[in-house]
Each structure stands twice: as structure tokens, then as C-alpha cells.
Design a protein around this ligand. Sequence first.
Ligand SMILES: [Zn+2]
Length: 370
Amino acid sequence: MLLNLFLLLLPAVLAAQTASGPQYLLLSHDPAFLESLAPFSETVYSSGRTRLVRLSVAPQQLPPGLAAWLRPVSPGEVYNAPAPRGSQKAPDQAVLALLEKIDSRRLMGYAESIVMTGKRHAGGLDLSAASGNRLAMDYIAAKFGEMGYQVERQCYKNRKADKECNIVARRKAGPAGAKAVLIIGHMDSVGHENAGADDNASGAAGVLEMAKVLSSYKSDHDLIFVAANGEETGIAGGYACAKKLKETGELARIAWAINMDMISWNRDGILEIETNKEFSAHAEWVGAQARLYTKLEPYIAMPAWGSDHVPFLEAGIPTYLSIEHWSDHNPCYHKSCDKLEALSWDYAAQLLRLNLAVVAGKTRLTPLPQ
Ligand SMILES: [Zn+2]
């Protein structure tokens, strides 16, 4: 009888635990992960990329591998809503002239070339000369070289592979010791053939397009562009990049950084600017630039997770992720149908207008003589 009573009460006990237990931020939106977690969780907050759940079991009782994608959060860290509206200033004519140089067709061309390299998965360790990952590295390195940047293959060890590399392009401002800005976006994909167009050929192409536009300007900051590898296998390239820049002393000179991951699927004209609470003032300033220089509606999202901005935030650098709005997101995310056809290069170009306006607002740019 006692046992039966307990069984009768069990759902209520679980429900009470669920209602009052800790809240966890999801560190993945991978469809297979969401499906596995669903029977053990209840969504308590969902806006854009920011989703919190409570669990009906202890984290250690979850099926293997799931708990690694959950992080306890306090509600005070969490925000996902339109950026505050400040007093509107007039756009700067020099910034507008810079933004006019963005070419959405060229941007799409970069993305297409990256997509057509084949399978860009870094974790499969097919880093032979013919692999898609290797061809994408070679293509991006060649493009940076054509633009006049100093190009480095920043290789690191990941799962015993030695040849997984970020492609890093630099231009020094002049005197040694200048502050630097870092623009990053990952070039690898989850590994479907000629796919990963939105995730993240679009962001890697965005890095190339920003480098192209800025190649005709002199800057008072060092410029560092990174096509990161191994993002889909645990932000491997982003962490390796932050570590290597720390070893060379460059990390301490990075004033702020921008990440682009999934910038070209759009239904509602919203973009998310994702960071951590300690940098919310910086994110609000970025949101104000979006209102001034783009047609997009900026949302601020916190806290940060799951892409190449995280290693730089952890290093204390004001960094944001610019990403398409996630509430109504790309149905082909991490699927073989993530192709170019469904994407909007006008939307991606608007997002680049924001990121270039941020560069212009935080550095001194002077057009180079043609
Ligand atoms: Zn991605």
C-alpha cells in the first residue's frame, strides 16, 4: 500500500522537482540532441537562440552524453529581446561610403566556392589533399593572399590530427604594439557533401568579404581575420586560436572581436547579437549601430554559447556573435539540405553592414590611395 501510494505520488514529486529545480542553458540545438533530451526536460524559457530547461531527473541520470550540453544558469544572466532604443543619431557619411563597398554577389561567390569544396567536416580526419576541409582551407588562404594580407596556417592538434588548421590573415597597423581587432567565422561544417551553406560557409564568406572591403583602408588597429576550423567538433579551432594568440602575446592586444556563424537565412529581418552579461553595454552599442546603418532589427542575446566567440569571451575580450534570428530558424540546420538556394545574401550583406560599421566606429580607417 505504501509503495502504491508512493507510485501514485511519484509524478507529483517529479513535477515539483521540475518546477523548482535548477535551470539549464542548452549548449546545442542539434536536432538529435533536442530529441534525446525532450523526455527528460521541460522548456522554461525560449527566445531566439536562448533556451532554458528544467530536468525531471538529476543530470547524472540522463542518457550518456546529454549532460555535457547543459550548463546551469541563473535567470539574471539571461536576456533575449530587442536591443534598447537610444536617441537616434545621424549616420556618418564616411561610414556609409565604407558600407557601399560591400558586394552581396561577391559574398555569395565566396560562399559558393566554399560549399563546392565537398565535405568540410574536420572531425572525420580526412585531411588529405583532396578533402573538402583541406580544399576550403586552401581556397580561403588563397583569397586572403590575393587581398594582400599576410596568411598563416595556424595548425593545432585535435583528436590526434596534426593538420587541422585555422586560416589566419593579418595586416599590421604600423607600429608594433598597436591594438588589434579580430573577425572570426568557422569554415568547417558537420560534413554533408556540398552543404553547410548557412552553417557556416556564410560566416566564413562574411570574414572574406569584410577582409576584402577593409583591404582598401588603412587602420590604426591590427586586423586579424580568422577562418576557424573544427567548430563543429567542440569549438576546437576557436580555442586553439585563442591559445596560440596568447602564446604570441597578441591576445592581450585584441580590443574586441566579432564572430559570424550562420548569417544568411532570414524570414523576419531580425539578427541576434550574442554576448555575456559583462559586455552588455558593448552589445547595446552594437545594437545602436544596427539601427543606424542597417534595415535589421537587432536583438541582444545572453549568455553566449556554442560558437567561436566563446573562447574570446572566456579570455575577457568584448566579443559578440552576429547570427540570424533563431526563433524561426533554418529548417536545414545541420542537414544535407543546408544549400545555397534557400539563403538571402541581401540579409547577409545587411549583417556585414553592421559588422563593418562596428569596425569603423571603434577604429580609425583611412581610404588607401587606389
Ligand atoms: Zn556553425
